[in-house]
Write a protein that binds this ligand. Structure first.
Ligand SMILES: C[S@@+](CC[C@H](N)C(=O)[O-])C[C@H]1O[C@@H](n2cnc3c(N)ncnc32)[C@H](O)[C@@H]1O
Length: 201
C-alpha cells in the first residue's frame, strides 16, 4: 500500500504491524525525527484551536475538551516512534516526495490512499493540480486509489467534483463512492474510489 500524504499518521506502521507492506510519502519526510516532532507539537495545538472554533461541527460541549485529542496525540506518538526507528534502520518506509511527482515505478502498489490533501485545500490547489496529482497516484497503482474526505477543510463539498470526475472518466478511469463513518466529522461520510484504466475489471 501507499499512503500519500502520510503526514503524522500511523497508518503505515499499523499495516506493517499486521504483517502487510506499506510505504508512506510526504514532503515533510525530508525532516529529521526531532524537526518532525516539533512540527507535530505545533500542528496538534493548531488542530485543537481549529476544532474548538467550530463546536457545533465537532459536537463539543461548552468548556469540554475535544474528545479525540488524546487519540490524535497517541496516533502522532505511534507515528513518531515508527518514523524514528525506520529512519535509523533505513527501512525506506517513509519517502520524502511531493505530488504530482512520485519516485515509484508504474503499478507498484495494490492500494493507494490519499487523505486530507486533495479536495481539502481548494484555496491552495486548483483543478489542474488535483488532476495531475491523481493521475500520478493512478500511475503508481495497480488496484484502487482511495481519496478522502470529499469536503474541504470548512466542510463544504469540493466544488469541481463533477468536472474532475468527467475528465478522469474520459481517460478511462472508473469511480465509485464508498459510504464510510468518520470518527471526527460526521459529514465526511464518503470516500472516492478510483480504478486506473489499465486494471482489468
Ligand atoms: C492534513 S495532512 C494529512 C496527512 C495524513 N493523510 C492524515 O490524514 O493524517 C496534509 C499533508 O499533506 C502534505 N503535503 C502538502 N503538499 C503536498 C504535496 N504536494 N504532495 C504530497 N503531500 C503534500 C503535508 O506535508 C501534510 O503532511
Amino acid at each position: 500500500m501507499l499512503d500519500c500524504p502520510g503526514g503524522a499518521s500511523d497508518f503505515g506502521a499499523r499495516i506493517r504491524e499486521l504483517g502487510g507492506r506499506a510505504v508512506s510519502a510526504d514532503p515533510q519526510y525530508a525532516l529529521s525525527p526531532q524537526e518532525l516532532g516539533r512540527l507535530v507539537d505545533g500542528e496538534q495545538a493548531r488542530v485543537n484551536a481549529w476544532v474548538h472554533a467550530q463546536p457545533d461541527r465537532f459536537g463539543l460541549r461548552p468548556g469540554a475538551p475535544w474528545p479525540l485529542a488524546a487519540a490524535w496525540r497517541a496516533t502522532a506518538e505511534g507515528f513518531l516512534s515508527d518514523y524514528r526507528r525506520c529512519r535509523t534502520e533505513g527501512s525506506g518506509h517513509y519517502v520524502s516526495a511531493a505530488l504530482p511527482a512520485l519516485p515509484f515505478p508504474d503499478r507498484e502498489f495494490t492500494l493507494v490512499i490519499s487523505g486530507f490533501l486533495l479536495f481539502s485545500y481548494t484555496d491552495r490547489f486548483d483543478l489542474d493540480f488535483h488532476l495531475s496529482a491523481v493521475r500520478e497516484l493512478l500511475r503508481v497503482c495497480c488496484g484502487q486509489v482511495r481519496l478522502h474526505p470529499l469536503n474541504d477543510s470548512s466542510g463544504r463539498p469540493y466544488p469541481y467534483m463533477r468536472k474532475f470526475l468527467d475528465i478522469l472518466h474520459g481517460e478511462g478511469v472508473t469511480s465509485r463512492l464508498l459510504d464510510v463513518t468518520s470518527s471526527s466529522d460526521p459529514r465526511d461520510d464518503r470516500t472516492l474510489v478510483l480504478v486506473p484504466r489499465t486494471v482489468t475489471r
